[in-house]
Design a binder for this molecule. Structure first.
Ligand code: PLP
Length: 222
């Protein structure tokens, strides 16, 4: 069996190769290790292998693992990459360094309130429903500019965009569209690409790739 540190090294190699191919410096792409469903032990193995940025998609699960880990390892940066309910916003603002899934006005209002109350401002990205899929979270691409303005009006600083393209289609056109949107709106962070397609995302300008399975193996639930 391949260890987590070996799998991490392999993913890092592939990121470097994709950067080289795209003519980008490897330092412009950050690897987010997606540890959802995996135990604290696995996360600590990744930390010992030099990984410091992690992604989780559920607030409660993340609290169970990362309140303790963050106390013991001060360099850890934690990203929320799953849907956020308004009744979990205060917990999310307290725990996460980055919330990547801002996707509706009510949530933005609630985040603004929680930031003021807790005197804490996580970095915020807007989730874009790049394929306009009816069942999927995210702001429709043609609503993005309006939503960004609404966030600004609430006093929220938005630093980037994230997307999960439709499955079973070529993701490259989606990634390319996201890059154009981020450039147009002057947003420096672009979170896209998972285990199966992070190299394609890097070719289209991803600044953060979210990789779970290729590092931690298959998930046991969710
Ligand atoms: C689970 C998840 C990932 C990681 O997916 P893998 O295919 O395991 O790499 C990335 N982004 C989001 C939003 C996820 O929920």
């Amino acid at each position: 069996m391949t260890s987590i540190s070996q799998k991490l090294a392999l993913v890092r190699q592939k990121i470097e190769a994709a950067c080289q191919k795209a003519g980008r410096a490897p330092s412009t792409v950050q690897l987010i290790a997606v540890s959802k469903t995996h135990a604290a032990q696995a996360i600590e193995e990744a930390i010992r292998a030099g990984q410091s940025v992690f992604g989780e998609n559920r607030v409660q699960e993340a609290e169970g693992k990362f309140i303790d880990i963050k106390q013991r390892y001060s360099e850890i940066e934690l990203h929320l990459i799953g849907p956020l309910q308004t009744n979990k916003v205060e917990q999310a603002v307290a725990l996460f360094d980055v919330i990547q899934t801002v996707d509706r006005l009510k949530l933005a209002q609630s985040i603004a309130k929680a930031c003021a109350k807790l005197h804490k401002t996580p970095r915020l990205y807007i989730e874009v429903n790049s394929g306009n899929e009816p069942q999927k979270a995210g702001v429709a691409p043609d609503q993005l500019e309006l939503f960004l303005a609404q966030c600004h009006a609430l006093g929220l600083k938005i630093d980037g965009l994230m997307c999960i393209p439709p499955i079973d289609v070529d993701p490259t056109p989606h990634f390319a569209r996201m890059q154009r949107l981020a450039q147009k709106l002057n947003l420096p962070h672009l979170s896209m690409g998972m285990s199966a397609d992070f190299e394609a995302a890097i070719a289209q300008g991803a600044t953060e790739v979210r990789v779970g399975t290729a590092i931690f193996g298959h998930r046991l639930f969710h």
